[in-house]
Design a protein around this ligand. Structure first.
Ligand code: TMP
Ligand code: ASP
Length: 237
């Protein structure tokens, strides 16, 4: 499968068309961005680490019955995926308070959220990904009621699978963001799952091992991603 035209150049990935109209190639770049693209740096090896990390997670989710766009790894930093008709919302589940919920609701970082909470955000950097609710999604025809229900169901199912997977690796899955699209009428998990789009803390020390290291200038960003990958058994060679 060969890369053809650039379909979208995102902040960290470039999406290419292929000679198969139902397949795309995602190229994971080393670019690392935060604050809606305000802070961008190149971090050596990040593209490769996130591509392999994402492939590992997507295959675990697929095995657990969650439909994903993953097809196969084709290079260190490239994956072949199904072409989805993307729904322009981000689905966030939080098990522990951190990040924007701490600022918005004035709660303390580290507080357990029981039950975990769910939030929708509109995928729009210019508007700083505002929080939206189900009614916005319906009124603006971003998705149907059934699709909303399915996105929530799948996002919580991912929580069950990954909370356990990370727990076995001595990690807390604090929160994460998922994006879905439609493939042959089925709501399907798209985009990526990597430490760029979730928060992972060491279960004992609560050390941050995700993109907050970059956002907060803590250093050792890719080293932390590699640490997580190593604990999970992701093959980075
Ligand atoms: P937040 O605390 O900034 O709202 O983010 C919650 C989680 O979702 C966190 O793991 C980061 C992830 N996320 C993204 O990856 N991209 C985004 O655009 C947003 C809003 C969140
Ligand atoms: N993914 C968004 C950005 O790169 C938000 C973030 O991760 O901070 O700007």
């Amino acid at each position: 499968m060969k890369k053809q035209d650039i379909i979208i150049k995102g902040k960290a990935k470039t999406v290419y068309s292929t000679d198969d109209p139902d397949k795309l190639i995602l190229y994971f770049r080393n670019d690392t961005s935060a604050f809606d693209g305000e802070k961008i740096e190149q971090l050596d090896r990040k593209g490769m680490v996130n591509n392999r990390f994402n492939a590992f997670i997507m295959q675990k989710l697929e095995a657990a019955g969650i439909p994903t766009q993953f097809d196969k790894l084709i290079a260190d930093d490239e994956v072949l995926v199904k072409k989805l008709d993307m729904i322009p919302v981000e689905c966030v589940v939080r098990n522990i308070a951190a990040g924007s919920i701490v600022r918005r609701l004035g709660v303390e970082e580290g507080m357990d959220l029981n039950p975990p909470t769910f939030e929708f955000f509109l995928k729009n950097d210019a508007l700083h990904d505002p929080m939206i609710n189900d009614y916005h999604i319906l009124s603006f025809n971003w998705a149907t009621e059934d699709e909303i229900a399915r996105m929530k169901e799948l996002t919580f199912k991912v929580n069950q699978v990954l909370t356990e997977l990370f727990k076995q690796a001595g990690l807390l899955l604090v929160d994460y963001k998922l994006e879905f699209g439609r493939y042959q009428g089925e709501v399907t998990l798209g985009d990526e799952f990597s430490p760029d789009g979730c928060r992972l803390w060491d279960a004992k020390t609560r050390e941050k091992l995700d993109k907050d290291r970059f956002r907060q200038g803590l250093g050792g960003v890719v080293e932390a991603y590699e640490e997580v990958a190593g604990r999970l058994g992701v093959d980075l060679t």
